[in-house]
Design a protein around this ligand. Structure first.
Ligand code: GLN
Length: 458
């Protein structure tokens, strides 16, 4: 813990943490030492973790990387973080993210961007000076794990925000099945899509961490009352005879040759491990991104209505209450959050609701049905690239056209739309020396198959 606390101090330039809690961490470490000495160690005893600053932590400031929650200190603990503390883990601090988890590069944080510890090679083979994004929205989590500032980190994934930052930083990210982890006490973005999960350096670490995070919670009625398997037992388990679906619709026009080669390599590795490869069709894939960018903003506009200057954080002075609401929300929310609230309010408004929101929900059912058909035909898991490109430099994408940024999520949002488990793991390096990753998608509540397949690749 002391080594991690010191490393965090030295790595301030990466801007991974919004709030550091070194005293709390060192005190918890002493408590863990005492337990270990007494032979009473719990499963995660003394393991120092980072917590995405979207998880409410009792008595520790929780900002969602937004000015509107700048001075919010929750009087309660999220269920998932409480589960980690129950098992003996300890917290090093609260990790930076895109504001309210809206983004794919961690550039929308009110606390400034996170810098990836990775450097890009230039044409001459040296390293260029560009500062690389760690992905988003869980960019503090991915960069901190990649930079060895914590052993693992919590993250959340609404449309790729665990898997894409893991892909960009050479770490492992798991989005469990919707309902596997409790959402209670995690600041809500799009409630029907949000899921908690871990980012770690190895597949085994992710399995260990997820086991503690997961489980039924009566405080979240969408969390499922099913036993949590010992995921670690799946590491190294045989994948002989597993049927792996390769969806032809993911071969996008213009898929870069290095991503296509990575995907082929993944197929070859799984074949070598004894898996059977089958081509499948997920015909509604191309509709997933546009439908996601209707549903997620719609739910966000509803969830973010609570930040009105009355109940939480920031309050600006106004002539009357309406003026106070307007000023608080205009100053408290950044540009991307305001854009989402406006889109969401529009698609939910009378007259447009059927044309946009209801249609997007229908598309969502079709996306889910595509996967159901593949699984019913005997496919155990689906293999795809995790992202269409390696990480890019800060400021390079999305400033003129937000859709350019949204396209990062093209391979990951389908999984949230269908409520399925997804795992991203490092599988190679791009020509410019940055990590590239594969994604495995599983049947509902079958994270175990993903862990065994991922450990065969790793
Ligand atoms: N990049 C996506 C978005 O901006 C996903 C975010 C997430 O998964 N939290 O909505």
């Amino acid at each position: 813990t002391k080594a991690h606390v010191d490393a965090i101090e030295r790595a301030g330039a990466l801007n991974c943490f919004i709030t550091k809690t070194p005293e709390l961490a060192l005190q918890s470490a002493r408590d863990s030492d005492a337990r270990i000495a007494k032979g009473e160690a719990r499963p995660l005893e003394g393991l120092p973790l980072g917590i995405k600053d979207l998880y409410c932590t009792k008595g520790v400031r929780t900002t969602a990387a937004s000015r509107i929650l700048d001075d919010f200190t929750p009087p309660y603990e999220s269920t998932v973080s409480a589960n980690l503390w129950r098992d003996g883990a300890l917290m090093l601090g609260k990790l930076n993210l895109d504001e309210f988890a809206m983004g794919s590069s961690n550039e929308t944080s009110a606390f400034g961007p996170v810098i990836s510890p990775w450097r890009r090679k230039d044409a001459s083979g040296g390293f260029d000076t560009a500062r690389i994004v760690p992905g988003g929205s869980s960019g503090g989590s991915s960069a901190a794990v990649a930079a060895h500032l914590c052993l693992g980190a919590t993250a959340t994934d609404t449309g790729g925000s665990i898997r894409q930052p893991a892909a960009f930083t050479g770490t492992v990210g798991v989005k469990p099945t919707y309902g596997r982890c409790s959402r209670w006490g995690i600041v809500a973005f799009a409630s029907s899509l949000d899921q908690a999960g871990p980012i770690t350096r190895t597949v085994r670490d992710a399995a260990i961490m997820l086991r503690s995070m997961a489980g039924h919670d009566p405080k979240d009625t969408t969390s499922v009352d099913a036993p949590v398997p010992d995921y670690e037992a799946s590491i190294g388990a045989s994948v002989k005879g597993k049927r792996i679906g390769i969806p032809k619709e993911y071969r996008l026009d213009g898929l870069s040759p290095e991503i296509a080669a990575l995907w082929d390599q993944g197929v070859a590795w799984l074949k070598d491990a004894g898996a059977e490869i089958v081509e499948i069709s997920l015909p509604h894939t191309r509709t997933a991104l546009p439908a996601y960018y209707i549903i997620a903003p719609a739910e966000a506009s509803s969830n973010l209505a609570r930040y009105d200057g009355v109940r939480y954080g920031l309050r600006e002075k106004g002539r009357d209450i309406t003026d106070m609401y307007e000023k608080t929300r205009a100053r408290g929310f950044g540009a991307e959050v305001r854009r989402r609230v406006m889109i969401g309010t529009y698609v939910l408004s009378a007259g447009y609701y059927d044309a946009y929101y209801v249609r997007a929900q229908k598309i969502r059912s079709l996306i889910k049905r595509d996967f159901d058909i593949a699984f019913a035909a005997g496919v155990d898991a689906v293999l795809t690239p995790a992202t269409p490109s390696p990480a890019f430099a800060i400021g390079e994408k999305g400033s003129a056209d937000p859709v350019e940024m949204y396209l990062n999520d093209v391979f990951t949002v389908t999984v949230n739309m269908a409520g399925l488990p997804g795992l991203a793991l490092p599988a190679g390096l791009s020509g410019n020396g940055l990590p590239l990753a594969l994604q495995l998608i599983g049947r509902p509540f079958d994270e175990e198959t993903l862990f065994s397949l991922a450990s065969a690749i790793e």
